[in-house]
Design a protein around this ligand. Structure first.
Ligand code: TYM
Length: 384
């Protein structure tokens, strides 16, 4: 979807995204104060997630009916996913961390789709085997986020396809080539596998007869538009979604952090402490002034400062601490190098914890993918 100076599709985000324009362009709704407060109240009221408080989850489709069902005790289920690639970056964790919060608060079942097929079809340079290795690696990072193993089913498309094939066919039969072209911009050079793939990303929204809520960045929304056109004709609910903005790349607040844009634009979950330090020191775009003297006098601009933005989105959940950093930076009391050091320490502490949890996750893969309560049920299930 191109509009003047930015582009957002499931495979490409570039330019300075104007999120208000995007809401209009995609036809989603702003997550307004009233709805946000209703979600917070139903989630237990205390400790609303900072990504919600700070408007990082900013848009939605039909969140209201999901909350109605939660209130009535009917419940809903969660669905999100990942297109496996060599190393995940911290941006990929954003929707996952929020999904975990929702699962904890609402005790909802969660389905995580690992789209090995999509990656293979989209990235000509990858071999099937390599993608399987990436998928297995990425699954460890996902488990490390801390989902409930009895209520979460993680599946690779290529494996679970044997159970869902009839449902996948029913879904595919409803999506015409012209819809896929119009929504995703496919053309005659797009391979037919890619043209078919969107049907599979829609299928998990039909896993239960309850309403489905999808937490993801807004780049995935085009799939939900298709789902909402066909769901009721197949006897299911239109899906709901809650959208976040993009964690920006190191180079500046435009676009999104992306694995394909080059290693120096992202912090990978595999980066060691030295690498984190050097990437942030060298590449993180700063809203500070060119010299210390000017900075002390004029102050920095946190709105365009990548280290400040990353603290706000991921690494500083405490509002009062964030405010102090914000105010000190604006006032020129906190220097660019000092702000970068705060971020480096936070990221390294986070990644240390993540590495430990990832190690433990090795022993949990079977539960999430086969033997946990939800996973076992899903392998028993076939679809008409
Ligand atoms: P993928 O692997 O490109 O991205 C995985 C998830 O991460 C989000 N994301 C980001 N969020 C914040 N900041 C960023 N810089 C950033 N980069 C990526 C994406 O929005 C996504 O939520 N086709 C999908 C896999 C998929 C899926 C789903 C995703 C299948 N079913 C259902 C979400 C929901 C893909 O390739 O995602």
């Amino acid at each position: 979807m191109a509009e003047e100076n930015f582009t957002v599709t499931p495979w490409e985000v570039s330019g300075a995204v104007d999120y208000d324009k995007l809401i209009r362009q995609f036809g989603t709704s702003r997550l307004d104060k009233a709805l946000r407060e209703r979600l917070i109240k139903l989630s237990g009221g205390d400790e609303p997630h900072h990504m919600l408080r700070r408007d990082f989850f900013f848009s939605h489709r039909d969140l209201g009916p999901v909350l109605d069902d939660a209130e009535k005790g009917k419940g809903f289920f969660l669905y999100t996913g990942r297109g496996p690639s060599k190393a995940m970056h911290i941006g990929h964790l954003v929707p996952l961390i929020f999904t975990k919060w929702l699962q904890d608060r609402f005790k909802a079942n969660l389905y995580i789709e690992i789209t090995d097929d999509e990656k293979f079809l989209h990235k000509r340079e990858y071999e099937w085997k390599e993608i399987q290795k990436s998928a297995d690696d990425n699954i460890l990072d996902i488990i490390a986020v801390g989902f409930d193993p009895e209520r979460t089913f993680i599946f690779k498309d290529s494996e679970y396809v044997r159970n869902v094939y009839p449902l996948l066919m029913r879904t595919a039969r409803k999506i015409t080539g012209s819809t896929a072209k119009a929504v995703f911009g496919f053309d005659d050079s797009t391979n037919i596998g890619m043209q078919f793939y969107p049907a599979y990303q829609v299928v998990p929204t039909f896993f239960e007869n309850k309403r489905c809520l999808i937490p993801a960045a807004i780049d995935q929304d085009p799939y939900w538009r298709i789902q909402r056109d066909i769901a009721e004709g197949l006897g299911y609910h239109k899906t709901s979604a809650i959208h976040c903005k993009f964690l920006p790349p190191l180079q500046g607040i435009s676009g999104k952090m992306s694995s394909s844009a080059g290693q120096e634009t992202a912090i990978l979950l595999t980066d060691d402490e030295k690498t984190v330090k050097s990437k942030i020191s060298k590449y993180a775009f700063s809203g500070g002034q060119p010299t210390v003297e000017e900075h002390r006098k004029l102050g920095g601009n946190p709105d365009i400062d990548v280290p400040y933005q990353w603290l706000s989105i991921l690494f500083e959940p405490d509002d009062s601490k964030l405010k102090t950093i914000h105010d000190d930076y604006r006032a020129g009391k906190l220097l660019t190098g000092e702000l970068k050091m705060i971020l480096i320490e936070r990221i390294n502490a986070f990644l240390r914890g993540h590495r430990e949890k990832r190690k433990k996750a090795e022993g949990e893969v079977e539960r999430f993918m086969r033997t946990g309560k939800l996973a076992a049920q899903m392998w028993e299930k076939t679809y008409e």
